[in-house]
Design a protein around this ligand. Sequence first.
Ligand code: PEP
Length: 260
Amino acid sequence: MKPKIVIGNWKMNKNFDEAEELITEITEKLEGYNLETEVVLCPPLVYAELVTDHANEEGAPFYAGVQNVSEYENGAYTGEVSAEMLANMDVSFCIVGHSERRKYFGETNAIVLKKMQRLLANDIVPVMCCGESLEERKANQHFSVVQKQVEETLYQLTPDQMERVMVAYEPIWAIGTGETATPEQAQEMLAFIRSVIEKKFGTEMAVNTYILYGGSCNAKNALELFSQQDVDGGLIGGASLKADDFVKIIEAGETVTKDN
Ligand code: PEP
């Protein structure tokens, strides 16, 4: 089993002082750990430099990520931030296609693909989110919905690009609702996503691709979720805003990694 990855998505939360405090608390709590689990903090963009400064310190326990990037290269796109700018700031990871961006900002699979390509051109790892709505699950369409999201994004990449991408399965009905997917539901869908990747890119790529679960993952349920064979870690929203909870989730990652 490969080491787990735990990514914190702060969404649009925390003022500057709170952001600094959270970074310091997480750093202090993880001091002395010889972490195998990889940790990524994705604060709001205005705090990215805070995180990259800390992430660049020797022995820092986390990498710097952000939650969004422009689909365009550079130029007259008021309000946008390019992948090149993120790379200049030493950002290593970027979430794309989060369901909140798909819902509130019209992010389509085509836009998600463009964003991934901009990120890959600048050596930033895209964390591509996919997942179905409650209605789609009730209508038994969850597999076809996720398959389409994967085919319209990941299938458009070259194998060399695909090697540098992560996937996060986040059922929309589980995000911020407290209603977590059961470990069996998470495992079933992640194994399915892996099989879809395998069809296009082969077994080695499918096995090596990091596929995370996200959606009300917390300090209590992380261990069970991370123990599932195909769950390579978690994308954590609400629970990443409290250092204690977030560190417990990282500890769950450590436990599973070290037990295997
Ligand atoms: C998310 O926003 O990616 C997420 C998983 O949120 P939460 O953990 O709060 O459900």
